[in-house]
Design a protein around this ligand. Structure first.
Ligand code: 6LW
Length: 541
């Protein structure tokens, strides 16, 4: 994926769609970046780049069930805020499973994996970070707020940042956690990362909470244990009350280029509408950092991160397009595909019918903990997704189709279901505790192309059967899937699914799945038809 629009500039976000809490490290000329993954499996997507603009997915840090138990994770529970660092030939990632186990560290020699089993770190809070300095490994996190107060000495602040020393291979604490800074006064001081430059240790935080009051703050000290003095220049990044398409910018990680320049990655959102709302989750943005004469940093344009900016002084990578068609011709799924909480049996999904995905739901539905759903992120407000599904539902209550999903109580789906005279299409709208189903059409045959077209405000679903007739469902209001409505820390996914609440469904075979952004305007039916003309539709019977 790429944010590149010209050889000299780039556009933010550099990784669009739900990719929050980015953390980055560099080894030689190669950059590696990880983001939060919450209740999705596999966990912690990892990307690589040499130009910071074009990012290639490498896979996931947590790709085995033994590393990642999400069985107790509610929506937006699970894996929070990873940090990636490289030291002495090893990559380390630390993060928190807030739904079981707390902080952990994994390591690998190759960032593409395999990554080790997690070792657990006995320190409370979220947002762990690692800082390798002068023979010590500092483990820095926020302090878990407790009604009775935090368990360590912290007379001035109920919330703040704590730090210990850790053995990153065992997770064992080598020095007990100490309170080191309360931040600059914003609520929720969190997301700490420590750096050393010149004679100072700099501690970068997020404050304000990950909403519209979010910001990046910074303090410095001559010791990694403090005391930290806040920057006299105010927040390093703040989009509070700034008229920018990017809002809620915060949670930054700073790093250097091979030429010594400093940059940062952070998260931001792109709200739309008069009463702002966003569907795409928190996205990864990039900005330069410059050091003032007084050794305090300035980020972006006086703390504002612009959408279009000059590129870093790095050779631009060729534009890579990771979207478009997935033919499912491999024995494994591309990294963009995600499961909810628990993986489906990939051997069966990819291997039962080579060249197709095979989805069989057993006592599961879209509103359950373990839906038989394979989703990819919606990364653009305007997009077209299309999939060919071969499906013969045998039982009354089974279905298969295409869904856009924020969580198990906020999703829309176009379902193929059994009907007395054959098969029918039903539009399913689940909004909180309410569910509305509307008949769309009675269909012929068992081979269908389902389509969803999205824009800022709506999703429009349609289905085409063997007879070539296209049946379009009434458009549905996208606001119900936004973070502002549905809540949480994640973004919308789109993908094929099968469901069978009581028994085992007949197999739904998915031949291919298209996802096409419409960067220059609203996706509409005519653009969907253009795609149809340009994508061969073979093998229909
Ligand atoms: C994360 C916290 C935050 O742990 O949101 O934006 C939380 N910041 O630092 C979940 O992503």
């Amino acid at each position: 994926m790429t944010g590149s629009i010209s050889p000299r500039t780039f556009t933010n976000p550099v990784i669009p769609g739900f990719h929050p809490d980015p953390s980055i490290c560099r080894v030689g000329d190669q950059f590696y970046l990880v983001v939060s993954s919450f209740e999705y499996f596999p966990g912690i997507p990892i990307f690589t780049s040499t130009d910071l603009v074009s990012w290639t997915p490498l896979g996931h840090v947590l790709d085995r069930p033994s590393q990642l138990d999400l069985s107790s994770a509610p929506p937006s529970g699970g894996i929070y805020a990873p940090t990636i660092r490289h030291h002495n030939g090893h990559f380390f990632v630390t993060a928190t499973n807030v739904s079981g186990g707390g902080h952990f560290i994994v390591h690998a020699e190759d960032p593409a994996g395999p990554w080790s089993e997690p070792v657990w770190v006995d320190q409370n809070g979220i947002d762990p970070s690692l800082f390798f300095d002068r023979g010590h490994v500092y483990f820095t996190s926020n302090i878990e707020p407790r009604p009775e107060g935090p368990h360590i000495e912290n007379p001035d602040f109920v919330r703040g940042i704590q730090q210990s020393l850790v053995d990153p291979f065992t997770g064992r604490l080598l020095a007990a956690p100490q309170f080191i800074w309360g931040g600059t006064g914003g609520r929720y001081p969190e997301a700490p990362h420590m750096y050393r430059r010149g004679e100072y240790y700099y501690l970068v935080l997020a404050e304000g909470g990950t909403e519209y009051g979010h910001m990046v703050t910074i303090g410095r000290s001559s010791s990694p244990w403090g005391p930290f003095e806040a920057s006299p220049w105010g927040p390093l990044v703040s989009h509070r009350s700034v008229a920018s398409p990017l809002q809620a910018v915060g949670h930054a990680d700073l790093f250097t280029l091979p030429n010594g320049e400093w940059w940062l990655v952070a998260l931001g959102i792109r709200p739309v509408g008069q009463w702002p709302r966003h569907l795409l989750g928190r996205e990864t943005v990039l900005a330069p950092v410059r050091w003032r004469d007084d050794d305090w940093p300035e980020a972006g344009d006086q703390g504002e991160i612009k959408v279009e900016q000059p590129r870093p002084a790095l050779a631009a990578e060729p534009r890579v397009e990771h979207n478009a068609r997935d033919d499912f011709d491999l024995q494994t799924l591309a990294p963009k595909w995600q499961f909810v909480r628990r993986p489906l049996e990939v051997d069966e999904v990819c291997g039962a019918r080579p060249g197709w995905l095979t989805l069989v739901a057993t006592k599961s539905a879209l509103d359950g903990l373990y839906p038989c759903f394979i989703g990819r992120r919606q990364q653009h407000y305007s997009f077209v997704a299309r999939t060919r599904i071969e499906y013969r539902p045998e039982q009354q209550d089974e279905e298969a189709g295409i869904a856009v999903r924020m969580n198990e109580t906020h999703f829309f789906a176009l379902a193929i279901r059994r009907h007395a005279e054959g098969v029918e299409a039903t539009l399913r709208q689940r909004v909180g505790a309410l569910e509305v189903c509307a008949d769309v059409a009675v269909l012929q045959g068992s081979d269908f192309v389902l389509r969803v077209v999205g824009d800022d405000d709506h999703y429009r679903f349609s289905i085409e059967g063997c007879d070539g007739l296209v049946h379009t469902a009434a458009s549905v209001d996208a606001r119900f899937l936004t973070t502002e409505f549905a809540g949480g820390f994640t973004g919308v996914f789109v993908g094929p699914y099968a469901a069978s609440p009581a028994g085992r469904s007949s197999p739904a075979y998915v031949d291919w799945f298209d996802y096409l952004p419409e960067p220059d305007g609203k996706a509409n039916e005519s653009s969907a038809r253009t795609i149809e003309k340009t994508t061969a539709f073979v093998g229909r019977n």
